[in-house]
Design a protein around this ligand. Structure first.
Ligand code: AMP
Length: 353
């Protein structure tokens, strides 16, 4: 008997856990998945049809890879944009490289969002140490210094106060950092938007996110924010997704203040850790939604379980999965990474009611 072959090949740049979950969603739709990752032990390697173990700045290999794919998507932001711009001329890259370019740089990202009339925490691009001193004395004694590029999971961030100010003086490189007011938020939430090629959007309900040391620990659906706040958060996320011409999914992380004002903290034009709950809390996951949009497969209205909580399994609490295994409403995902260490995302569990 002949095996059914839809003859579709999706290329994914990055073979970490997000890439792996995109790949599994694609496989369920009968689509073969090729991965490109400089790490020879990338988690998605085991589920890949073709695995390119190459660096992201190798234009020749990137092109060779792209030629084997219908479309390209990516699982993280930090891929050299110039290589992608060239690649995009040959093969479409989704959710989009303009969005990727903006989200790679916190200064670009925040000024883009502000230009849409959406609020962000008070911040400034750091040109020199004086900018930091002025910001701290004028706006906020408690601030955060963040690298403009390559920061994730709280990496590249230092809390600044008047006592540690002098210690960072020698480290400042012009235009490499932003300084931002430390926000006294009431809640952290995120909203994931699905946007199709014709501009239609479907939006996952906001979830409440709990971070420690800049790393997401758990996500809770439904959130306990007011209806008005839910409405505002979805409207903001939709506006950003449409302005960036997203084709696929976009995650928007936000701070909700005491007076219910909303500040956008960060955007990610790709599936996001705070959307892992959609694997079991919804009829369609963020990963499947991305693949469907890329291949023009209809996206259904989103249906929800009553409750779903996602807990990240980090290096230090990974062993908890053993106790979750026997629980009837716990769905476990283990990424298959080699080096277990503190604060490293090794897996997650979705607890559904
Ligand atoms: P980020 O890498 O910007 O997403 O930051 C990671 C986490 O650090 C956020 O989810 C917050 O918990 C915290 N954080 C970042 N920026 C701020 C801020 N301006 N005020 C308070 N907390 C922040």
């Amino acid at each position: 008997m002949q095996r059914i072959n839809l003859n579709k090949n999706l290329g994914v740049l990055g073979g970490g856990q997000l890439g792996k979950m995109i790949g599994l969603a694609a496989a369920n739709l009968g689509i073969r998945v090729h991965f490109y990752d400089p790490d020879p032990n990338a988690p998605a390697k085991n589920i890949s049809n073709l695995f390119y173990n190459e660096h992201y700045d190798n234009k020749v290999k990137l092109l060779e890879f792209a030629n084997k794919c219908d479309f390209i998507t990516y699982e993280f932001e930090n891929i050299p944009i110039n290589c992608l711009k060239e690649l995009n001329k040959k093969k479409k890259i989704y959710p989009g490289i303009q969005a990727l370019e903006i989200s790679q740089d916190r200064h670009l990202e925040k000024s883009f969002i502000l230009n849409l009339g959406i609020k962000v925490a008070k911040y400034k691009n750091v040109r020199n140490f004086l900018d930091i001193e002025n910001f701290v004395s004028k706006y906020s004694k408690k601030s955060i210094l963040k690298t403009r590029r390559l920061g994730y999971d709280g990496k590249g961030q230092i809390e600044i106060n008047t006592s540690n100010l002098s210690k960072i003086k020698s480290k400042i490189i012009p235009n490499k950092y932003i300084i931002e007011k430390l926000v006294q938020f009431n809640k952290e939430i995120s909203v994931i938007v699905i946007r199709e090629k014709n501009g239609t959007t479907k939006i996952f309900e906001p979830t409440e996110n709990h971070h420690k040391e800049g790393i997401l620990r758990k996500t809770i659906f439904p959130s306990t924010i007011s209806k008005n706040c839910i409405y505002k958060a979805k409207k903001i996320a939709k506006k950003i997704a449409s302005s960036l011409n997203i084709v696929g999914v976009l995650a928007v992380e936000m701070f909700v203040l005491k007076d219910e004002d909303i500040l956008v903290n960060e955007i990610a034009p790709r599936p996001h850790n705070s959307g892992h709950w959609t694997l079991d809390g919804c009829n369609i996951s963020q990963f499947e939604a991305l693949v469907r949009v890329i291949y023009d497969i209809p996206v259904p209205q989103i249906k929800y379980a009553k409750k779903c909580k996602m807990i990240n399994l980090l290096g230090e609490n990974f062993d908890n999965y053993k106790t979750y295994l026997s629980k009837k409403n716990h769905k476990i995902y283990i990424y298959g990474k080699n080096n277990m260490k503190r604060n490293r995302k090794m897996g997650h569990v979705n607890i559904v009611d």
